[in-house]
Design a protein around this ligand. Structure first.
Ligand code: SF4
Ligand code: SF4
Length: 97
């Protein structure tokens, strides 16, 4: 089963398919940050329980250092999504095997 938190999808949690198989690939949660929407406030970084978000070293087009995902460890809790003041900046994708 999977779900997605995204303001671009209307703040809804979308249910998906459930399946069971013996050779399913490993699936992981993911957070996607649209860096051009990010104002670099760091709220998501401070709020993330497992501390898997960080400040990027580069600037976006608005001259902010955007938040970025470290690449692993996201629990799919969506706290970052609810903390972010910028609509469309964060999408959390939940995946469950
Ligand atoms: S969904 Fe939760 S664990 Fe994943 S990046 Fe956001 S706050 Fe951190
Ligand atoms: S809370 Fe939103 S605007 Fe602030 S750093 Fe995180 S993604 Fe960027």
């Amino acid at each position: 089963m999977w779900g997605c938190f995204s303001r671009s999808l209307g703040d809804t949690i979308n249910g998906g398919t459930s399946y069971m198989t013996t050779d399913a690939p490993a699936v992981v949660n993911e957070v996607v940050i649209r860096e051009e929407e990010c104002k670099g406030c760091k709220r998501c970084i401070d709020a993330c329980p497992p501390r898997v978000l960080e400040v990027a070293s580069h600037f976006n087009k608005m001259s902010y250092h955007p938040a970025q995902y470290k690449g692993e460890g996201c629990t799919g809790c969506a706290i970052c999504f609810y903390t972010c003041p910028e609509p469309g900046a964060i999408t959390v994708i939940r995946r469950r095997a």
